[in-house]
Ligand binder design. Structure first.
Ligand SMILES: NC(=O)c1ccc[n+]([C@@H]2O[C@H](COP(=O)([O-])OP(=O)(O)OC[C@H]3O[C@@H](n4cnc5c(N)ncnc54)[C@H](O)[C@@H]3O)[C@@H](O)[C@H]2O)c1
Length: 310
């Protein structure tokens, strides 16, 4: 499928791993990020351009020069950084999103993909969480996610942009950014194997909707490449596993018995995570483009350990 893809946040956890799925004959991959270098290996031949999402000129320039047909707008500050610097969070996530949409329509981008989050809903939430449950997020990160979801619907309706969006649950990944509140499942594997210990700040019974990174990335590619006439909506939920922190700890211990994993719950962190549902209804994704997770806990745990093993 030949095309030029521009990935904002191209140095990050999901973007780097995504390049390996997108790469192929006739595919050009352009990565845009503020960071000096990517956090992980990227596919051979990726073009890396440094720039700042909060600067409209940086976005206009990269889209005008590279002429992508498809933009994957992954660049973002995550939940902790958003609360730590609200002004910067708005500039990067909300204004930055607006700049990306504007550049996309100005330069004829066909498809714009955006990863939203469970954090776009707010709390309290029913469990399972229906697809169209009202979105009243209480964290600034979630507010900026809703802002970009709504901008996408606007640019689709008024400017014909093929906007496609996935609300991701917690993603288990060996490159998970440490600042994300939901990173504990990933860090139990990473620190358990590489440092020999990890302290969970949530309760063993804390259970949240989760997906393994390889399934999440495949879902992103499948949604981006799904035929337009199969889509009945612009924003889809996906869910894979209702995983408790205790089950994650057990899966690590079984495979890496020397890992010293302990629970010292922080009431604030635990309350935040426990406000998220364990199951999200994702019927539309399963029906429209046949979303189906392929990693259960034993399979993802084997894969994580295999990749992290020294
Ligand atoms: N990983 C998850 O569990 C998860 C869940 C839901 C949604 N998401 C979304 O997926 C996307 C990617 O997440 P990730 O896990 O790869 O996070 P990440 O932090 O690894 O990647 C985000 C990237 O954005 C870049 N960035 C930040 N500010 C920038 C700026 N001003 N200009 C240019 N680049 C900037 C960062 O340098 C980083 O490389 C984000 O939009 C995130 O909100 C992730």
């Amino acid at each position: 499928m030949s095309a030029t893809y521009l990935i904002t946040g191209g140095a990050g956890n999901l973007a780097c791993q995504l390049t390996h799925l997108l790469a192929g004959p006739g595919v050009r991959l352009v990565l845009f990020d503020r960071a000096d270098r990517p956090v992980a290996d990227t596919a051979a031949g990726c073009i890396y351009v440094q720039g700042d999402l909060s600067q409209p000129a940086d976005i206009q320039r990269i889209v005008a020069e590279q002429r992508p047909q498809i933009v994957l707008h992954l660049g973002s500050l995550l939940s902790g950084s958003c609360e730590a610097d609200r002004q910067r969070a708005w500039q990067v996530n909300a204004d930055g999103g607006f700049h990306v949409f504007e550049a996309a329509v100005a330069h004829g981008v066909r498809t714009l993909f955006f990863p939203s989050s469970l954090a776009a809903y707010g709390s309290p939430l029913p469990d399972p969480l229906p697809e169209d449950f009202p979105q009243w997020p209480t964290g600034l990160y979630g507010v900026t996610k809703v802002a970009c979801e709504r901008l996408g619907i606007y640019y689709h309706a008024k400017h014909g942009l093929d906007f496609r969006c996935l609300r991701l649950p917690a993603v288990i990944s060996r490159f998970a950014p440490r600042g994300a509140a939901s990173a504990y499942s990933s860090l139990a594997f990473v620190d358990g194997v590489q440092q020999g210990s990890y302290i969970f700040k949530v309760n063993p019974g804390t259970r949240v909707s989760t997906v393994y990174v390889k399934d999440a990335l495949r879902a992103m590619v499948e949604l981006v490449r799904a035929p337009a006439d199969r889509l009945t909506r612009r924003v889809y939920n996906i869910h894979a596993l209702a995983l408790s922190a205790g089950e994650v700890a057990e899966a690590v211990r079984q495979r890496w018995p020397n890992a010293d994993l302990r629970f010292e719950p922080d009431p604030q962190v635990a309350a935040l995570i426990e406000s998220w549902p364990a199951r999200i209804v994702d019927d539309s994704a399963r029906r429209d483009w046949h979303w189906q997770p392929s990693y259960d806990l034993p399979k993802l745990a084997d894969d994580m350990i295999q990749e992290l093993r020294p």
